[in-house]
Design a protein around this ligand. Sequence first.
Ligand SMILES: [Zn+2]
Length: 533
Amino acid sequence: MSDSESISSDGSNDEIFSNDFIESIPDDSDSSESEDDVYDMNVSPLTLEVGLSFLTWKAAFKHIKLWAHQQGFFVRKGRSEKVQSKQRKQTIVCRCEGMYNNKSNKSSKSHRTNCKWHVNLSRPIKNNPNNMIFITTLFNEHFGHDLDTSVCHFEASKAFTKPMLNDIEWMYVSGHLKPLAIKRMLKAKYNRKVYNQDLYKVIYKHRRSNDIRGNDVSQVFEYLEKQKEDDPCWIIYKDWDHETNTLTKLFWMSPNQLESWCKYSDVILNDNTSKTNRYELSLSFFVAIDNNMKSRIVAQALIDRETKDAYAWVLQCTLKATGLMPKVFVTDADPGMDAAIRLKYPSTFAIHCIWHIGQNLPLRLRSKLGGLFDQFKKDFYECRNSLEPEVFEQRWKDLLANYPNAVNYLEKTLYSSKTSWACAFNTNIFTLDIQTTSRSESVNATFKRLLNNSNSTLVDVFLAIEERLEEEQDNNDYANWHNALSITQSATIASNAFNNIINELKEFTTPLIQKIIYNEMELAFSYKAKHLD
Ligand SMILES: [Zn+2]
């Protein structure tokens, strides 16, 4: 890098790093070699006088900076002059140069005391065969501040170098690391003290610039439009409120998601994060289980309300995009969603997450049943787990008779949807053995954290979904590679007995699915059959 380039990059930094804290970062620290350029106050005393010469701008600036630190003050760059795009003149001023002018009404601190200390540097064109840089002026008087070498030493030694600033940005913006983790890594890599206050100032700067980047649904929408330009297979549907002129709903599916929906729509789970974020939007997403038994997010939507109409809109979007209704649809038993399912997925078998039902029982019945609640819970699950509809009905009658205080809730809320949660009604339905939305809950937890964090933007949420999808694809690629390795199964009673079936399975299913079936075959030999009355 030529010295003139390095100077011009300094100049651009001056504009970006406008606050006083950033200004005090050593200006030569942006050079690529400065990683080992650890600040050292123990160099022998330097001199500064008119006529002193340097080979490069960088050397000149470093010398003046170190000299100033030895005197007990900081410098920064002042005006410069270029001739034919070559740096010819540069003024170095005291950090306290200039008048403090507070544009905002907030009180804040500034170093500026209108100090007049300065040095002029010049690289003359004429009579300068070695292209040297000379000190042509030294005005060595300060105004309005003291010179303090120990303060100077402390501040200079703790200032982040440019590589450290780059690392902080990288760890915070790309790695989403917490300040404590960033601090530990900086300390390990640079073997230096890192003060929380300084670190937070740098992090805060990145956070603000992130905020400007994206802050609402329209931003996500623009991002999606760009994806669709590159690949028209992207699906984007939106709903607009014409009165307030705002985007109220946004549904999207990537080409991969579309393919996964078509492959794995036998059982789809749905979950929603409630709208506690600053945009007042909920994220509704659909999860399928692939042939390696891994969860796949297959569609998602941002919606402004969690009503029957909003859910119906989202379900309609899935139909429009894929033309395929899920065979089984697992939800958290939200009444609005239930109504939407009846409307849009009429032939789909709806399952209510038993975990959510279990969560609601104590909320609705503990105070009504008091000491009887624990026994009630046992009886309720026994009834729910009945495999025969007749057995279920008998046990349900017993529940109503034994717990009269629970009758209202049992009859009104649960009985009408019994086919969605009682085992007796779905034993013949292919559900992939899924009884809860816990798979989507774990996906949900990640998004919930992001959506409920007032610092994350919707673009952050979008990017988190993208990251998650990439991970799913990676898992899939890994599993496919792993499945391709030939594994020899040792012969067992089951593998001998069901040899033909196993060969068929090998042709059509992944090893993971085969394993599940082998286990069932093994168990088949320990079943004890009994006539039901
Ligand atoms: Zn000064």
